[in-house]
Design a protein around this ligand. Structure first.
Ligand code: 3PG
Ligand code: CO
Length: 556
């Protein structure tokens, strides 16, 4: 068994309080009018950037640096917080599913064998995000899954698709539906009855997270399981077009739930006893609630009306601690020995806080997709309820100031060695595509940072401020080479709601930071996974030998 005892750092003393601040969706990009962080008043972050040059730098937060398959894969909160907390780079869900599909192992595993038992007499339902964003799912993986299932005996397949517009451009869902329909046509030609059965926008249907609003999941349940929705159409393409015509304000993220009906007006694919279900998202946070509804006998978060007896598997197991779901097609990354566990086992006390929509990021993702604490004595996790039922451009301040005040109080209480928070604004408001609201959100996040840094100052502590990936710094689609906006066919700017491939800033400081500590110069490719060793060093410990190297050095 691994030893969790960490040697003392030879040069950095223990005992200084450390605040770790994660600005969600805060990357570094060319400073122009499409960069909401640049346009916002951000005096605190500006001062860090323009302060001591050896205590501010950029780190990678996308692609292979955070365990994603390709260099052009944008970062996201799951992989970002996993890397920040675990101190190592693990191949993430996207790559693990790619490999399992390429080698065919997915179709030989016990999870697939389990759902396959339902194929002779039941329908296979596939529920998930229809997108090539690669954050929660990928269209090419879905297409390979459909073909593979048909080749391995599925006779009837029903798709329950959630439109994106958040990790990809708004309006792209129509094209994804076309691509999917093409695959379904091919599969039908091979004798498998395969159709889209229901749909809806990801923020309106099914993909809530951290129990912010169970109504979202209920709307999905009603459409997918019960075959009931306020809107009924003959096809998904018709659904997207007609719903948009009826309400031009509706967008991919927020399509209402709909079901596809046959000529007799009957839903073509409710989920019934004897069926198999796969939730094909590889990312956990926005599928856990649906997984609970599908799997738990004891469930009271909403009235399921009917709980079908099905064979259910997740693309991955979403929660290792809860073993949820029990069956899965691909084993998740085994993220072990996270920095949070080391801290607890070395007597370090931690306070972690964010608001609901990001709470699991600084707990669940930070701890390697593990729900719960390592120690109730040494860790306190505080969740501030998010506003629900709104888009965050309406309230772009979100709960950032409250989060900062909780962190401030925790620091001033003297009870905790370290405090970590996630400030959500850059990301959550950035995803709405509303530039002005995002500017307000970023300015608020900056004020929140100031509140925490002031508390650090008062107790003579240290801080480490960084981000999990880019978002707000880039609100239009750009040519990656020239950084100039790419216009659409009508000559208009294309609003970017998604994350980016930008690097993110990291700054250290505070009166407790020994003056001879600075960022090393020999890690130009440092990324988020280098942060855990850095924080352990700041707390006065050597990092585990297999962690990515610390970003700091002590000059004699
Ligand atoms: C979401 O789930 O909101 C987006 O797909 C990704 O955002 P996050 O990685 O910042 O949570
Ligand atoms: Co985001």
């Amino acid at each position: 068994m691994a030893s969790f005892v960490l040697p003392a750092h030879p040069k950095i003393p223990k005992g200084k309080k450390l605040a770790v601040i994660i600005l969600d969706g805060w990357g570094e990009q060319v400073s122009d009018e499409y960069n909401a962080i640049h346009v916002a008043e951000t005096p605190t972050m500006d001062a860090l950037k323009n302060g001591r040059p050896d205590t501010w730098r950029l780190v990678k937060a996308h692609g292979p640096a955070v365990g994603l398959p390709k260099e052009d894969d944008m970062g996201n909160s799951e992989v970002g917080h996993n890397a920040l907390g675990a101190g190592r780079i693990f191949e993430q869900g996207a790559g693990l599913v790619d490999t399992a599909l390429e080698t065919g192992k997915l179709f030989q595993g016990s999870g697939f064998k389990y759902i396959q038992e339902a194929f002779p007499t039941g329908t296979l339902h596939l529920i998930g995000l229809l997108s090539d964003g690669g954050v929660h799912s990928r269209l090419d993986q879905l297409q390979a899954l459909i073909k593979g299932c048909a080749a391995h005996g599925a006779k009837r397949i029903r798709l329950h698709v959630l439109t994106d517009g958040r990790d990809v451009l708004d309006g792209s869902s129509l094209g994804f539906v076309d691509d999917l329909e093409q695959t379904l046509k091919e599969v039908r030609a091979s004798g498998c009855d395969a159709l889209i059965a229901s749909g809806g926008g990801r923020m309106e249907v099914t993909m809530d997270r951290y129990e912010n609003d169970w109504n979202v999941v209920k709307r999905g349940w009603d459409a997918q399981v019960l075959g009931e929705a306020p809107h009924k159409f003959a096809s998904a393409t018709e659904a997207l077009k007609k719903l948009k015509e009826a309400d031009p304000k509706v967008n991919d993220q927020y399509y209402p739930p709909f079901v596809i009906v046959d000529e007799a007006g009957q839903a073509v694919g409710p989920i019934v006893d004897g069926d198999a279900v796969v939730t094909f998202n590889f990312r956990a946070d926005r599928m856990v609630m649906m997984a609970k509804a599908l799997e738990f006998a004891d469930f009271s978060s909403f009235d399921r009306v009917r709980w079908p007896k099905i064979k259910y598997a997740g693309m991955l197991q979403y929660d290792g601690e809860l073993k949820l779901p029990n069956h899965f097609l691909v084993s998740p990354p085994e993220i072990d020995r996270t920095s949070g566990e080391y801290m607890v086992k070395n007597g370090i006390s931690t306070f972690a806080c964010s608001e609901t929509v990001k709470f699991g990021h600084v707990t669940f993702f930070w701890n390697g997709n593990r729900s719960g604490q390592f120690s109730h004595e040494l860790e306190e996790y505080v969740e501030i309820p998010s506003d629900s039922g709104i888009t965050f451009n309406v309230a772009p301040e979100m709960k950032a100031i409250l989060i900062a005040e909780k962190a401030r109080d925790a620091i001033l209480s003297g009870k905790f060695d370290t405090v970590r928070v996630n400030l959500p604004n850059g990301d959550m408001v950035g995803h709405t595509g509303d530039f002005h609201a995002t500017v307000v959100g970023c300015a608020t996040a900056d004020k929140a940072v100031k509140i925490i840094l002031d508390a650090v100052e008062q107790v003579g502590g240290m801080f480490l401020v960084t981000a999990d990936h880019g978002n707000a710094e880039d609100m239009v689609k750009r040519n990656p080479k020239t950084t100039k906006p790419v216009l659409d066919k009508n000559g208009k700017l294309q609003i970017l709601t998604s994350h980016t491939c930008a690097p993110v800033p990291i700054a250290i400081g505070g009166p407790g930071l020994p003056k001879n500590v600075r960022f090393r110069k020999d890690l130009p490719n440092g990324g988020l996974a280098n942060v855990a060793a850095t924080t352990l060093n700041l707390l006065g410990f050597e990092a585990p030998a297999d962690y990515e190297p610390s970003l700091i050095e002590v000059v004699d």
